[in-house]
Design a protein around this ligand. Structure first.
Ligand code: KIV
Ligand code: ZN
Length: 527
C-alpha cells in the first residue's frame, strides 16, 4: 500500500438507505435511480441502495440500481438473518461491483431487550451470517449496531470473529448519536490496537447526529485510523440524521493539512443537494454548512468590504468547488436552446431527453419573458422540476386549475385532472376553501379520492426579487398507514406550483396504495 492509498478516505453514501429513513423521505424506485445516477457523477465510492428484504419496492430499487449504475460499488443492507442476506444478494446480482452489509446489535440494552439474545449467541450468529454473506458476495461489511454503547471487550471479540468469517469492512456505528469526538477517536484507536486481525479489513464509521456531533465524530475517527465514512447528502437520516457527505468532503478538501483525501467530484455537491431536497421534500436550512443558501452570502458591511478587496478574507472555500457558478452571464428571453442546453450541462444536467429539453426551454422562455434575467438557481429549479414531474405523473395529470379569491367572496378552486391509468377518464370538480391553497388541495383530494391530510406546506422564492420562481414543498400523511409523501414544484404562479406540488404528493400516495393493493401480503420491515 502506498502512502497515498493509506490517506485515501472512502465515501460510503447511505442517502438511499439511512437517508430514506427520515420521516416522509420515502422514495420510489425511479427517484432512487435518479439520485443514484447523481451520486455516480459525484463519484462516491459506495452507494448503499437500500434494504431489499424490507419491501418489494426496495428490492426492485436496489436491483435496478445494481443493473444500471456503473462506477461506485452498490451495497445492500441485511440483518444477520438468512432470509435478509439471501434477498440482499439476489437484489445485488446485476451489479458489477457489489457489497453486502450485515449488522447485529452488540450493546447490552439492545441484546437484552430488542434481540432477546445472549452475547454468545450474538457472536455465533454474526460469524455464521458473515460466512453466509461471503459465500454469496465477495465484499462483506459487518456492523456491530450501537457499537458506542457496547462493552469494548465484546466489541473486539465480535469484530475479530467477523473478519475471520470473511468481512472486508468493519463499520462502527454510533447508532444513537451519543458519543463525543475524543471518545469516538479513542474507540477507533483501541479497536486498531486490540483486534489482532484488524489490518485485514477497512474500518468504517457511521455517525448519527442526535447531539449535533456526527461530522465531528466522523472526522475524529478518520484522524484515528478509520478510512471509510458513511454519510448522506444534506445529512438526512434516521431522527436527527447522519454525518453530512458535503461537510466531510469539504473538510478534507479545505484542510489539506490533515493529509486525507477523497475521490469525490465536489463540483456536483450543490446539484446533488438540490435533487435530494426536492425528491425527499426535506428543505435545507439556510445556515446549513456548505449547501445552505447563506453558506456563501456575506451580509455585514465589513465582510463585504473585505470580500471586495480579497475574497480570501472571509471565504475559506471557493463556491465554484461545490458547483456554484457565480460568474456566469445570466440568460435572457433572447437566449437560444443551445445556450440553455450548454448551461444546463455545466450545471450537471447531462443527457436530458430531447422532449424534456423542449419543455424546459418553453418554461424557460416564459420565465425569461416575465423575469428578464434567469440565473443558474432558476435553471436548476426548472430542470429538477421537469425530471421529478416526469416520474410523478404516473397516476394523475393536472390539466387545468382556476382559483378565485380576494377580500370578498369565498375562495373557490376548479380543477381538471386526467387519470393516466385510463386516459379517457377526465375528472372535473370545484371546491370552496378557507383560502385559495386549501380550495385547490381539497378539490384535488376529492377528485383523486386520496384519504390523506396536508401536514406541511412551505414556499420559498428561488431567487431574490418579486418576479422570482416560487418553490413549493408539500407533505401529506396517509390517514390509514400514517406514511408521509412529499411533492415539489416551482412556478412564478404560486397557486399553480401549490396545485402541482400537492398532486405530485398525491401521485406518490396513490402509486404506493396501488402497489399494496397488488401485493397485499407485502409486509414492510424496518431497520
Ligand atoms: O445506525 C445504525 O446503526 C445503522 C446500522 C444499520 C449500520 O444504520
Ligand atoms: Zn444509521
Amino acid at each position: 500500500m502506498t502512502s497515498s492509498d493509506q490517506n485515501r478516505v472512502y465515501i460510503f453514501d447511505t442517502t438511499l438507505r439511512d437517508g430514506e429513513q427520515s420521516p416522509g423521505a420515502t422514495m420510489n424506485a425511479q427517484e432512487k435511480l435518479q439520485i443514484a445516477k447523481q451520486l455516480a457523477l459525484l463519484n462516491v465510492d459506495v452507494i448503499e441502495a437500500g434494504f431489499p428484504v424490507s419491501s418489494k419496492g426496495d428490492f426492485d430499487a436496489v436491483y435496478q440500481i445494481a443493473a444500471e449504475i456503473q462506477g461506485p460499488t452498490i451495497c445492500a443492507l441485511a440483518r444477520a438473518l438468512d432470509k435478509d442476506i439471501i434477498t440482499a444478494a439476489e437484489a445485488l446480482k446485476p451489479a458489477s461491483k457489489k457489497r453486502l452489509h450485515t449488522f447485529i446489535a452488540t450493546s447490552s440494552i439492545h441484546m437484552e431487550y430488542k434481540l432477546k439474545m445472549k452475547p454468545d449467541d450474538v457472536l455465533k450468529r454474526a460469524s455464521e451470517m458473515v460466512k453466509l454473506a461471503k459465500s454469496l458476495v465477495h465484499e462483506v461489511e459487518f456492523s456491530p449496531e450501537d457499537a458506542c454503547r457496547s462493552e469494548k471487550s465484546f466489541l473486539y471479540e465480535i469484530i475479530e470473529a467477523a473478519i475471520k468469517a470473511g468481512a472486508t469492512s468493519i463499520n462502527i456505528p454510533d447508532t444513537v448519536g451519543y458519543t463525543t469526538p475524543a471518545e469516538f477517536g479513542q474507540l477507533i484507536a483501541d479497536i486498531k490496537k486490540n483486534v489482532p486481525n484488524i489490518d485485514q479489513a477497512i474500518i468504517s464509521v457511521h455517525c448519527h447526529n442526535d447531539l449535533g456531533l456526527a461530522t465531528a465524530n466522523s472526522l475524529s475517527a478518520l484522524l484515528n485510523g478509520a478510512r471509510q465514512v458513511e454519510c448522506t447528502i444534506n445529512g438526512i437520516g434516521e431522527r436527527a440524521g447522519n454525518a453530512s457527505l458535503e461537510e466531510l468532503v469539504m473538510i478534507l478538501k479545505t484542510r489539506r493539512d490533515l493529509n486525507l483525501f477523497t475521490n469525490v467530484n465536489s463540483q456536483h455537491i450543490i446539484r446533488t443537494s438540490k435533487l435530494v431536497s426536492n425528491i425527499t421534500g426535506l428543505f435545507v436550512q439556510p445556515n446549513k454548512a456548505i449547501v445552505g443558501a447563506n453558506a456563501f452570502a456575506h451580509e455585514s458591511g465589513i465582510h463585504q468590504d473585505g470580500m471586495l478587496k480579497n475574497n480570501k478574507t472571509y471565504e475559506i472555500m471557493n463556491p465554484e468547488d461545490i458547483g456554484l457558478l457565480s460568474t456566469q452571464i445570466p440568460l435572457g428571453p433572447r437566449s437560444g436552446k443551445h445556450a440553455l442546453k450548454s448551461r444546463l450541462e455545466q450545471l450537471g444536467f447531462n443527457n436530458i431527453p430531447v422532449a424534456d429539453l423542449e419543455e424546459i426551454y418553453e418554461r424557460f422562455i416564459r420565465l425569461a419573458d416575465k423575469k428578464k434575467r434567469v440565473d443558474d438557481r432558476d435553471l436548476v429549479s426548472l430542470a429538477t422540476d421537469k425530471s421529478l414531474e416526469s416520474d410523478s405523473a404516473t397516476m394523475f395529470e393536472l390539466l387545468h386549475v382556476q382559483v378565485t379569491c380576494g377580500s370578498s367572496g369565498l375562495p373557490t378552486a376548479s380543477v381538471m385532472l386526467r387519470d393516466q391509468r385510463d386516459r379517457t377518464n377526465i375528472l372535473r370538480g370545484a371546491e370552496l376553501g378557507t383560502g385559495p391553497v386549501d380550495a385547490v388541495c381539497k378539490c384535488i383530494r376529492k377528485l383523486t379520492k386520496a384519504d390523506c391530510t396536508l401536514i406541511e406546506f412551505s414556499i420559498k422564492s428561488v431567487t431574490e426579487g418579486i418576479d422570482s420562481l416560487g418553490e413549493v414543498i408539500i407533505r401529506i400523511q396517509d390517514n390509514q398507514s400514517s406514511a408521509i409523501y412529499s411533492g415539489h414544484c416551482a412556478n412564478t404562479d404560486i397557486l399553480l406550483a401549490s396545485a402541482q406540488a400537492y398532486l405530485n404528493a398525491v401521485n406518490r400516495y396513490t402509486e404506493k396504495r396501488e402497489t399494496v393493493k397488488i401485493n397485499p401480503q407485502q409486509s414492510e420491515v424496518n431497520v
